[in-house]
Design a protein around this ligand. Sequence first.
Ligand code: HPA
Length: 282
Amino acid sequence: MSTSYANRIKETVEFFKSKVKDTPSILAILGSGLSSALADGMTVELNIPYADIPNFPHSNVEGHAERMIFGTLKGVKVAVMQGRAHYYEGFDILDATLPIHALHIFGCKTLIVTNAAGGINAAFVPGDIMLMNDHINFMGVNPLRGVGNVNPKNVFPDMTNAYSKTLQQMATDVAKQLDIALKNGVYIALSGPSYETRAEVRAFRQWGADAVGMSTVPEVIVANYHKMQVLGLSCIANQAADLHPGGMSHAEVLKAMEGVQPKVVSFIAGVIERIGNASNPA
Ligand code: HPA
């Protein structure tokens, strides 16, 4: 099991090596409803559907473009995943997170990860962007269970700084420049696909969670396994169940994400530029 997982990762890395000359240093994963616009500002080397990449899980959730784009954004070589495979779709968690292993081994040292989330913190409104300061893994799975010897040097990864302080500071600076009122908080991940009950949301608030969603945490755990620097952004699509005036719906989430997309995309582009400048000071 573990050897074949390592081999599958290797096969995916070899595929990237055969197709992409400009090795990316940053991987950006765009969540529900955020899939398209970042690519518009890129010089694209390769734009390929997940279905054409060996071992890449493909999702069928509305609002996901399911394409992988390699190219240059603001002078930085990036890999962009438009959409992700979710655990709630039935994927094995190892299959769902294979792209993170492969893209790290291919060259990505930094992960920028985005998601749509429900606002548990009563001060959050739809359209807010929350910098993920930390997370609570309440999915009931860990993506490193059964990972085998992919990174034998880090079998029990430290998660005390799962989200890079340096990147959080850079993101805070960029948000100020762009006049974006950035929120900060803790993201709790559930397996989904059902939304939360009101009682669950009340409980999560007491645990210290500010936003709730169904993704991201497995990717962040794998990134920490590889000692990547992680920046996480939650786009608040709705108020969580106990604050929500009506019933929850995926349509509401997609609509809110469409509205917030231009702000998030310019923000991510600004952060990528800042990371590029920091690693190549003039
Ligand atoms: N709960 C879980 N996942 C979500 C939500 C929510 O309220 N909004 C967007 N994704």
